[in-house]
Design a protein around this ligand. Structure first.
Ligand code: XMP
Length: 221
């Protein structure tokens, strides 16, 4: 590895920036601009489909990179994917948990030091929420580091928090999907994931700092 994670100066930030763009230069420029001010940058299929896995290493110059690949496959396949993310310096990876214990355990095993986050509820309202409790149980048993739970659906976020037993909670759904950052943090999110509200704004850094100060103002009183 060419860097160590603790070189990033703002590990205390509560924001994970969702960098969902295609273009390499746009991605690198956004990462350079906000990298020091976020806990991590989350990338998803859009940036990978255009640029390949090597961009994980490039982006890691600026921040911890969480690969939101929402793994949902058999153990061998999820292991292969996780191993590749690790090879390119990923900080974390997001997996589904509905595929069950064997698959999720395979992700955790291949991840080594990488943080594994499992999806137990989604920000999309049409998500099938009837097995959330079981998904949390499977996640705990598999040994994941954290859970993904919606920042825009308070009922489910609260429920996940109650059952999380200390696992970290990261929450999408803030901003473009309607969730409020302060509410999400009060209900139990450790980190909130924000994409469009930041990268579509005319001033991504200013917008990010606005989100950060709204947390600091309301929560540190
Ligand atoms: P926006 O632009 O809506 O970006 O701020 C949100 C990012 O998070 C992803 N996303 C999710 N990931 N569980 C996840 O694991 C979810 O419930 C969920 N909802 C949104 C989305 O793909 C985008 O990258």
């Amino acid at each position: 590895l060419l860097y160590t994670h603790n070189k990033y100066t703002t590990m205390e930030s509560k924001i994970i920036f969702a960098l969902d763009v295609y273009d390499y230069n746009t991605a690198m420029e956004l990462a350079r601009t906000v990298g020091e001010k976020v806990f991590a940058i989350k990338i998803n299929w859009p940036v990978i489909l255009e640029n390949g896995i090597k961009i994980v290493r490039d982006l890691s110059k600026y921040a911890n990179i969480i690969c939101d690949f929402k793994l949902a496959d058999i153990d061998n396949t999820v292991s292969m994917i996780t191993t590749k993310v690790k090879e390119y310096g990923g900080y974390g990876i997001i997996s589904h948990s509905f595929t069950g214990l064997n698959s999720l355990k395979a992700v955790v095993k291949s991840a080594g030091n990488m943080k594994v986050f499992s999806v137990v509820s989604m920000s999309q309202e049409s998500y099938l929420d009837n097995i959330t409790e079981e998904l949390i149980k499977i996640s705990r048993e598999a040994g994941v580091y954290g859970l993904v739970a919606p920042g825009n659906r308070p009922y489910y976020l609260k429920k996940v928090k109650e059952l999380s037993e200390g696992l970290k909670i990261i929450s999408p759904g803030v901003g473009a999907q309607g969730g409020d950052i302060v509410n999400a943090m009060l209900l139990g999110s450790d980190y909130v994931i924000i994409g469009r509200s930041i990268y579509n704004s005319l001033d991504p850094l200013g917008t990010l700092e606005g989100f950060s100060s709204s947390i600091n103002n309301k929560l540190n009183k």
